[in-house]
Design a protein around this ligand. Structure first.
Ligand code: URA
Length: 433
């Protein structure tokens, strides 16, 4: 087999056989295929797409490029959630403990942030002492003892994806439905969960800009999951403004804890987290209907059992659970400054992507993989979509190290304030199953 023929076939709109896909992925993992040929094939896939059969074969080969997590010694159906990434998205920190408190083992591998979106692992890293890289036994132990396990993916899982993603990242080939599907689903299948709820984001702050693209990605991932016997469902959700009031690692831990304390219950972040949790509880077999699961989720927050689960998870894995009570024990930025509205009216838009980039510039995110984070840095939003504002009201608190100055106009430029009230927009756009 020659890599040249695979590239030529895809370039001219043909289909790759499972054997050809296996040849490519094995060659990527083993290092026998030069990067330039892989990059050419990736670009051809971006333009020409892949059939369902090709996407399935690619997912399987990537899954089998490394180790697989065996969770069979943990009783019950294990559930996972994946979000395609958004600014201020801390739903994992909220729903993981909730789902576990509802009696469903919640086993999640997460990533670090890159660019304008954050990563769950960075958020958890801001809890002093908490180990975010668990080996297989520690992961299973956390799942057995607290019902919740979250860890960075171990290096032996899906090495082909790591290699391919690094090449996609520098060749503008990330935005491809079959490539995203295979990348995400190979890792999820290798992670060992039985059921998966997907949160596919679409809008200006997401990979998928339109609802049609979001639906297509959701369908593609659901199809692949089902073909491998997973219980799977996808919510397509809007990603334009940041989720919740916090952008930045320690700030997002604080907001998650507040929600588990029962605060901000009618905000979009809480409603989205509770709905995703309820879907997971249904897929995990602990409730017969979505309504019953939603009631169960609300109880787990109201009776404090979800917050206790988070404390137990933190304590078991080396973290200081007191930091969840006393936020002064979490990393703090050296200085907090305020940005005020330059006019009055109603908030019609908050540019999540722009605010995510500003938070990254403050040290809350990474421009390059090697960048060190300032875990206390970030942005607190004082007003949300649709809220009324008067000139001079505080819009943002900017948490940064002293001396790092970003002009206020960079923040006010991310807010669209108009005289007329804004029309409410739903966060949930579609459900694919
Ligand atoms: N996240 C992934 O893990 N892979 C992609 O291709 C895109 C987002």
């Amino acid at each position: 087999m020659r890599m040249y023929d695979l590239i030529y076939t895809k370039k001219t709109g043909g289909r790759l056989t499972p054997e050809q896909i296996a040849f490519w992925v094995k060659g990527v993992t083993g290092g026998s295929i030069p990067d330039e040929q892989t990059c050419a094939l990736l670009m051809a896939i971006c333009w020409r797409g892949m059939s369902t059969e090709e996407t399935l074969a690619l997912t399987l080969e990537m899954r089998d490029s490394g180790a697989r997590m065996d969770l069979s010694s943990v009783p019950g159906l294990k559930v996972d959630k994946h979000s395609t990434g958004g600014v201020g998205d801390k739903t994992t920190l909220i729903l993981g403990p909730i789902v576990a408190a509802c009696g469903v083992p919640c086993a999640m591998f997460s990533g670090r942030g890159l660019g304008h979106t954050g990563g769950t692992i960075d958020k958890f890293s801001s809890v002093p002492g908490l180990r975010v890289e668990l080996d297989a036994e520690a992961f299973r132990e956390s799942l057995r003892r607290t019902g919740f396990a979250n860890s960075a993916q171990t290096a032996d899982i899906c090495p082909a994806d790591r290699k391919l993603y690094a090449l996609r990242d520098v060749t503008a080939t990330v935005e491809s439905i079959p490539l995203i599907t295979a990348s995400i689903m190979s890792k999820k299948l290798a992670g060992g969960a039985d059921a998966l709820v997907l949160d596919v984001k679409c809008g200006s702050g997401a990979f998928m800009k339109t609802l049609e693209e979001g639906r297509a990605l959701a369908r593609s991932m659901v199809e692949v999951g089902k073909a491998h016997g997973m219980r799977i469902k996808a919510l397509v959700t809007r990603m334009e403004e940041p989720l919740g009031w916090a952008i930045g690692n320690a700030l997002e831990v604080m907001e998650s804890v507040e929600i588990l304390r029962g605060l901000h219950g009618d905000g979009v972040l809480a409603r989205m987290s509770f709905r995703l949790a309820a879907e997971m509880v249904v897929l995990g077999g602990a409730a017969a209907s979505l309504e019953a699961a939603e009631a169960r989720v609300e109880r787990a927050v109201a009776d404090g059992s979800a917050l206790r689960t988070l404390r137990d998870f933190v304590a078991l894995n080396g973290g200081n659970p007191e930091a969840l009570e006393d936020f002064r024990l979490l990393p703090q930025a050296g200085r907090v400054t305020e940005v005020r509205a330059d006019r009055g009216g109603f908030i019609h838009a908050l540019d999540g992507r722009a605010l995510g980039i500003l938070a990254m510039d403050l040290g809350a995110g990474r421009r390059f993989k090697e960048d060190r984070l300032d875990l206390g840095a970030g942005i607190r939003l004082h007003r949300g979509l649709g809220d009324p504002v008067r000139a001079g009201d505080i819009l943002f608190s900017v948490h940064a190290r002293p001396g790092l100055d970003v002009p206020a106009e960079a923040f006010t430029g991310a807010v669209d304030i108009r005289p007329e009230p804004a029309v409410p927009r739903p966060w949930l756009l579609d459900v694919i199953e």
